[in-house]
Design a protein around this ligand. Sequence first.
Ligand code: TA6
Length: 299
Amino acid sequence: MNFDQLCDYEIENELQFVEIEHGFTYIEINNAAAHATISTYSGQVLSYRPKSQKDDLLFVSDKAYYEDGKAIKGGIPVCWPWFGADPDDLGRPAHGFVRNRQWGVTGSESLADGSTKVVLGLVDSDETRKIWPHPFKLSIEITVGDSLKLALVTHNTGDEGVTVSQALHTYFYVGDISKVQVLGLEGTQYLDKVDGFVQKSESGPVTIAGEVDRIYTGITGALVIDDASLGRRIRITSRGCSTAVVWNPWIELAASMGDLDDGDYRKMLCVETANAGPETVEIAAGSDYRLEAEYSIES
Ligand code: TA6
């Protein structure tokens, strides 16, 4: 879609399209409740700040790459149709191929409660079928209001079932990682990637004092990121999944990443809404699957 076509979805004084110097197009949403920025490249929310808050919900690295074919480090990248390493070991990129691709816009709406909804979409092409040989229509519905709501909808437009894993790989901004707790995972099991994917039990709130990379399974309730340093709690509710991933690279891994500053590990925490690890999703021919997350800030 070219810029003029995108602008058909503008909503006066509420939703605008902006061309950014590195060549990408951003959707800027500004309504009575909140401000948000969404990149049409990657279908990725980069910023969400309710007007009652001084800090953004999301972390985006100052060293993020804004280049065709690369992932933007931060915000809410979409991992699809696989989460993590290539499940078939064919050398394809980690976390699938839609976070490195230009999406289109298929709808925008000013809702009765004052929030603003925009829908971005991606369909299969000759290029995507070389990477993943299935027809699909993928959309992400983003609703910006007192909370931020996302629904990642996979439409299987083919005539065979497909299996996917996926995640909303959300990078939350935190004041100081050493003062953060993740609540709601107590009593669950996780696969510990830092320890060879050994299965372990979570006994209490999750705190971060080293590299953490865990796939929690059997999640049924809301999760809360309690951030004592910023004096806020982020509530994460989800539907269509029972997996949560918690990731912080800590000092050495962060220093080895070209798109993170050395100290960034202190300011970010990924808590991801996912179908991942043992939880994959089968989508029958002609049917849809919705993975939903809602984020709200309590202070
Ligand atoms: O979701 C956790 C994880 O899979 C980690 O294992 C780590 O590889 C990270 O994601 C990488 O995320 P990035 O956004 O750098 O691709």
